[in-house]
Ligand binder design. Structure first.
Ligand SMILES: Nc1nc2c(c(=O)[nH]1)N[C@@H](CN(C=O)c1ccc(C(=O)N[C@@H](CCC(=O)O)C(=O)O)cc1)CN2
Length: 286
């Protein structure tokens, strides 16, 4: 067997084409969606992702507000940028790129954001809404994973999903999203304290690997025909190494490439959240 590729790049391109039309309609009503990014320091991955997010904005007609700060920026300096974006008329949504340098208080910065402008869906008020299963901007990677699975007709209702990794941007939030009534999957959230990871992954219809451990998921850990999504990004000798080992494509029914799978979907869903926030603003204005 050779797995069907879950092509995130192609799916993201379709989403962006649809968003470009929605942005044009908003502009006719006098609303220009604007994405802000707050990037602190020189992390090479973060530099690449933020640059990609602004390229995407240009592609669909969203205006860009890029705020880059040096590695040694203090908490007060970053808070001032957050306050500025909270107040900015041009900024309809923004993100604080993670991870932040260790000397900064990430939690305090996220909590300082205006939840109505939280394009990442990571503010506690928005995650709380997700817990309560009410409408909120959804965290971009989990949102992208669900849309990608739906695009390829991978059934979620009743599926056994094993998520490896409990980080807030992917694992923990994905568990909340997949267990909503609209998705109705059964989720096992595995992490570094899990005993016998393979016993869990082997019975899963869908495995989402988001541990950041290169080649953690090997072919013998996958049920034949399962969908495997590789979220992990480690940079080994300048190349991306995912959490999924070579050979899994021989066993899995569906597999995301990495790069070209979940990453482009994360970016497409960020744009979706920005456009949805701008559309909400247009409705409120009447
Ligand atoms: N504030 C946030 N920070 C982070 C998030 C997030 O959702 N919000 N997620 C990750 C990184 N991430 C988004 O920022 C992200 C990861 C990967 C990609 C992407 O397009 N990857 C490309 C490859 C690019 C390359 O490295 O050459 C691909 O997979 O094809 C975009 C965004 C952590 N931080």
């Amino acid at each position: 067997m050779s797995a069907r590729i879950l092509d995130g790049k192609a799916t993201a391109a379709k989403i962006k084409a649809d968003l470009a039309a929605r942005v044009a309609a908003l502009k006719e009503q006098g609303i220009v969606p604007g994405l802000g990014t707050v990037l602190v320091g020189e992390d090479p991955g973060s530099q690449i992702y933020v640059a990609g997010k602004h390229r995407d904005c240009a592609e669909v007609g969203i205006s860009s507000l890029r705020r880059d700060l040096p590695e040694n920026a203090g908490q007060a300096e970053v808070e001032a940028v957050v306050d500025e974006l909270n107040a900015s008329e041009e900024c309809t949504g923004y993100i604080v790129q993670l991870p932040l340098p260790r000397h900064l208080d990430t939690q305090a910065l996220i909590e300082r954001m205006d939840p109505a402008k939280d394009a990442d869906g990571l503010h506690p008020a928005n995650l709380g809404r997700l817990v309560h299963m009410v409408d909120a901007p959804l965290p971009c990677t989990p949102y992208g994973i669900v849309v990608l699975l739906q695009e390829y007709g991978v059934p979620l209702k009743g599926a056994e999903v094993v998520v490896v990794g409990r980080g807030i941007t992917v694992g923990r939030s994905l568990g909340l999203l997949l267990t909503r009534r609209s998705e109705n999957a059964t989720v096992t959230l595995c992490h570094t304290g899990t005993q016998d990871l393979a016993a869990h992954t082997r019975r899963a219809d869908i495995v989402v690997a988001a541990a950041g451990v290169p080649h953690l998921i090997t072919a013998d850990m996958v049920k034949p025909g399962a969908a495997v999504l590789d979220v992990g990004v480690s940079r080994v000798d300048g190349k991306i190494a995912g959490d999924v080992a070579p050979g899994v494509e021989e066993v899995a029914g569906f597999l995301t490439p990495n790069p070209g799978g979940v990453g482009p979907m994360t970016r497409a869903m960020l744009l979706t959240n920005v456009v949805e926030a701008a559309e909400r603003r247009a409705r409120e204005r009447g």
